[in-house]
Design a protein. Structure first.
Length: 184
């Protein structure tokens, strides 16, 4: 009986996950449609599992990792002595400029996470790439507390998209383009 429940549960997860792993246009332009695809996936029934925060958290982690892998970005979980936890992806810089830029999104806010995914995709497809490293971090930590971790003390700038849920498509694209420019 236990194994049949496990099989049914896995079948349900496999049915939900592929449908929710949205594929955006993978191009150099910021797109409100691509943002909406990510947002839909991050808000899908698999992510917002009724009361099961462990499943919801794992679903989001799988979605984010899948999207970063699709972009060719390395991901890693960070743990700064228990002070900061989260998932991070890195776009290596092409030059000697050693001061990285960090994009920070709270994984509990799907609009922020969707914005970071859209910005990451544009950095990957745009030429030339920045000379400095660009980090994409999903964590509930406040931006001001990132310096508690040695890895983030040298960060030149921390950029966090806020208020994305209140934008129409045109404003959203304009704001995302500006947020990406801030990290170049």
């Amino acid at each position: 009986m236990h194994s049949s429940i496990t099989v049914l549960l896995m079948a349900g997860i496999l049915a939900i996950v592929p449908a929710s792993l949205a594929q955006s246009s993978f191009g150099p332009e910021i797109s409100a449609e691509d943002f909406q695809q990510h947002l839909w996936a991050l808000r899908s029934p698999g992510f917002a599992s009724a009361g099961d925060t462990a499943f919801a958290g794992r679903y989001m982690e799988v979605y984010l990792q899948t999207q970063f892998e699709r972009l060719g970005l390395d991901t890693r979980e960070i743990d700064c002595g228990g002070k900061i936890r989260g998932l991070m992806a890195l776009l290596p810089g092409i030059g000697p400029d050693g001061r990285p830029v960090l994009y920070l999104a709270n994984p509990e806010k799907p609009h922020e996470a969707a914005a970071i995914l859209e910005i990451a995709e544009r950095f990957v497809t745009e030429r030339p790439r920045p000379a400095h490293d660009v980090y994409f971090l999903f964590s509930t930590v406040a931006a001001g507390k990132l310096t508690a971790c040695t890895a983030f003390r040298q960060t030149a700038r921390i950029i966090q998209p806020t208020g994305m849920q209140a934008r129409d498509a045109g404003e959203l694209v304009t704001d995302l383009i500006e947020l990406q420019r801030q990290g170049k």
